[in-house]
Design a protein around this ligand. Structure first.
Ligand code: PMP
Length: 361
């Protein structure tokens, strides 16, 4: 079978092994004569999948005791609202770092719920870098500090996380969770839509520190309450069963790769290949992000003209490369190189980029 060179930003490439295993057990899950899609979410088979997927995530991310892992719906976009609905009490202020498209969407939703302070921004730099947060000052009694660990559209990523002191640090990790090891204990809440590094669309992972549950608002709709989902082991209502199952298969694959340190090593190698081509192109390719904020997951670059960018996408398509068009809001080019994008695909893209530069430079 001929797998495409898939650089889609999300939904994105999944490990072939996970797809194959899903195919093998699709119509008859482990001899029960039914598909995972056909059984109750309260069956022992699905409860085992739900629990195992949680355990795998806890192991891979070394999530300490005192945290809950939830599988929710509504995408990361619903988390933009759920975070302030649950955590932003009357009279408090939520602090946000503005790093680009996704941070702005999170800020917009939070403003609908309560008081928001944008405590740092790289707007004046055109969102080409993560702002310097070393002297960060937070409003007194801040409810939380929200960051976007990787801006999927701009292609910028935190290399170190800010110190929020006693204020809970909240992170949208949709596009870089599981790409590198990090210290979960520094965070109050982490959320991520699954459709990049975790699995298929349809499930959103939330990792939250249990003590925050006690402080949460309870005067909001039941489905939007973290405490309700936590008490019900994410089975308050019918969960996205197939997405959770597929996420479990992806997590098993990550484990088989050697876990996050191994995955990070390969991710860095992949990113270095593409940034290397950009840097060595003598200005033919222009990287969008400042070198010290460059994302290891989403590599963004421009060419001299939009015509040349169109020609690049066209020729890339003819050569089997998919998903390289930049987000419609910013244009340019973007290669999303999540965990499941094989090194060989990135090597092939680097080769194509060099060849294209030679022919058009
Ligand atoms: N945050 C980030 C960083 C994202 O990349 C995305 C999706 N590309 C979202 C939030 C929105 O996610 P969803 O489509 O799951 O709502």
């Amino acid at each position: 079978m001929n797998r495409a060179y898939n650089f889609n930003p999300g939904p994105a490439a999944l490990p072939f092994e996970a797809l194959q295993q899903a195919r093998e057990e699709f119509a008859d899950y482990r001899g029960i004569g039914m598909s995972v899609l056909e059984i109750s979410h309260r069956s022992k088979e699905f409860e085992a999948i739900n629990d195992e997927t949680q355990t795998l995530l806890k192991d891979l991310l070394s999530i300490p005791d005192g945290y809950k892992v939830l599988f929710l719906q509504g995408g990361a976009s619903l988390q933009f609202a759920m975070v302030p609905m649950n955590l932003l009490a009357e009279g408090r202020t939520a602090a946000y770092v503005d790093t680009g498209s996704w941070a702005k969407k999170a800020i917009k939703e939070a403003k609908l719920i309560g008081e928001v302070a944008v405590v740092a921004s790289s707007a004046d730099a055109g969102y080409t870098r993560i702002p310097d947060l070393s002297g960060l000052s937070l409003p007194s009694g801040a409810a939380y500090l929200h960051i976007t660990s990787n801006e999927t559209i701009g292609g910028i990523q935190y290399k170190a996380f800010p110190d929020a002191g006693d204020v809970p640090l909240v992170a949208d990790m949709s596009s870089d969770i599981l790409s590198r090891p990090f210290d979960v204990s520094r965070f109050g809440l982490i959320y991520a839509g699954a459709q990049k590094n975790l699995g298929p669309a349809g499930v959103t992972v939330v990792i939250l520190r249990e003590d925050l549950l006690e402080r949460m608002r309870r005067d909001i709709p039941t489905m939007l309450r973290y405490d309700v989902h936590a008490e019900n082991n994410s089975l308050y209502n019918t969960p996205p069963v197939f997405s959770i199952y597929m996420t479990g298969l992806v997590l098993k694959w990550v484990k088989a790769q050697g876990g996050l340190s191994a995955v990070e090593r390969i991710n860095r190698e992949k990113a270095a290949l593409l940034y290397g081509v950009i840097d060595e192109s003598g200005g033919f390719y222009r990287g969008v992000a400042d070198p010290d904020s460059r994302s290891v997951m989403n590599v963004t670059w421009r060419l001299e003209s939009e015509e040349l960018e169109k020609a690049f996408i066209k020729e890339a398509g003819e050569n089997g490369f998919v998903g390289l068009k930049g987000h419609r809001s910013v244009g340019g080019l973007r290669a999303s190189i999540y965990n499941a994008v094989p090194l060989e695909a990135v090597q092939a893209l680097a080769g194509f980029m060099r060849d294209f530069a030679r022919r058009h430079g």
